[in-house]
Design a protein around this ligand. Sequence first.
Ligand code: HEM
Length: 149
Amino acid sequence: MSGWLSQAYPWIKSLHIVSVVAWMAGLLYLPRLYVYHSTAAAGSELSETFKIMERRLLRGIMTPAMVATWGFGLALAGTPGAVDWQMGWIWAKLALVIGLTIFHFLLARWRAAFEADRNRGSTRLFRIVNELPTLALIAIVILVVVKPF
Ligand code: HEM
């Protein structure tokens, strides 16, 4: 490994992991807020409070953290010699990360519906989708650390 990207590699990896933690915190918590929000009457004070919490979490933390995760992750991926592209784990990881990114935009759509008092998702739906980022997180960490294939 040579060049400035290689020099900065451990720093970029640290920033990548910090961004991942912030993004994941939101991906795990926002659907949990939707579970509670879906039981609150539209227009109620409780519902309005959830709207503020959801907007700040998504705009203030999750979207910047997602952009940072992608930016630092692509910088790691672009570091000469850092990744063996013949291995399967990196491709499986990228597929899961694209899944998490789609999930992020799905959460943003649900948030917009809540904001407009037009949520149609059930409490049960949000309980189920709440488990998805947990499964993706477990799989991704095993893929990047164990590199099983
Ligand atoms: C958004 C797109 C992403 C890209 C392009 C990306 C790419 C990378 C690359 C190339 C590495 C270095 C791998 C190595 O040195 O073996 C890395 C490290 C890592 N990534 Fe990502 N990543 C992304 C998102 C994520 C996400 C969402 C998670 C967790 C949920 C994650 C968790 C990690 C961890 C824990 C490491 C450190 C592994 C080690 O000990 O070397 N990454 N990432």
